[in-house]
Design a protein around this ligand. Sequence first.
Ligand code: GLU
Length: 420
Amino acid sequence: MEKQYNPYDNVLKVVQEAADILGYSDSDIEAIKYPERELKVSIPVRMDDGTTHVFEGYRIQHSTSRGPAKGGIRFHPAVNADEVRALAAWMTFKCAVVNIPYGGGKGGVVCDPTHLSENEIRAITRRFTAAIAPLIGPEQDIPAPDVGTNAAVMGWMMDTYSMLKGHCIHGVVTGKPIELGGALGRNEATGRGVMFTTKNILHKLNMNVEGTTVAIQGMGNVGSITAKLLHQEGMKIVAVSDVSGGIYNANGLDIPAILAYLAKDRKNLLKDYNEDGMTRISNEELLELDVQVLVPAALENQINGTNADKIKAPVIVEAANGPVASEADEILEKKGTVVVPDILANAGGVVVSYFEWVQNIQSVSWTEEAVNQNLKEIMDPSFEAVWDIAKEKNVTLRTGAYLIAVKRVVDAKAARAIWP
Ligand code: GLU
């Protein structure tokens, strides 16, 4: 039987590799192999048709060594404990690699928001928030949007938590609507960070930005903003996809038209979009296109042992969390493909979440220019540090990122010492 993909195994593998290079003993890293706390909840919801449906939900805190747990809430049919556990751990190392004072956590509800009404999504959000309320809070664990959730969901979470506590608590979630203390620039932050990262890697590899061909898998928040910003920078986006499949145009797609079409209605899918000169491709075909930069911006395990040797792009920028599985990493490394790892490439979202939380707890608000500038001032040096250590140790950028991140987490743990 084929081995089941478990994303948490991917996390453990790269952490172990980094620990070995850093010269850490088993005892040094034993504790970070386990999530600190896991909560599974059952969420009864009265559906629009009058029936009751019980949804399964999770909040998992991987680490609070460097600060409160931080990480998104995913609403997706494929959510499960192993996935949430891996996503929580990736948040720990993501916050560490960009050196913001957080640990890592993640949550999720097994549901398909594309088949739910707004009322049903709000009901799931409120009951889920109530169920995880004992764990979250501005000083404990701060959720944010992820796949299938957005600012509206964060607004309902903030309201539910505030109602339960009896007063307004802005800092309990980030990625909120601007009216509720959301940060200007947060909606675009992950894509903006991916754009900075893409330009940084092209620069290091002596490749042009102007005219460079790009394929983007996923047109959710991250994929669509990445497409918009890379297009604005002069790159040629030749392919994009969503759950319904992909579209391809060797001369470059009309990105503004695609974004306007998708924004018009959340039910709009690329399978119903048309423009002159485009052809339809599958998500698998998109990954294997002969482009200069491939940006997986959807889910985990998209590039794996089965398709890694068919990937033609010399550069992969991981906008999603965990899109390249460990076994694919080995194949790509041998081929000389450069992979900019998720914990660095997509950290822009959590960095601006941090700015939002800082603004909330100080009751101040920054301009969008200040947010974007501060984001750049974190993303660019973080990229440089990862690049430098990877060159120095002659390892991949992923291993380089983990060398920095694992050291910061282990050092923080050691400085606190094990209690009691
Ligand atoms: N869900 C995003 C991520 O995977 C953002 C998390 C946050 O802002 O806390 O990085």
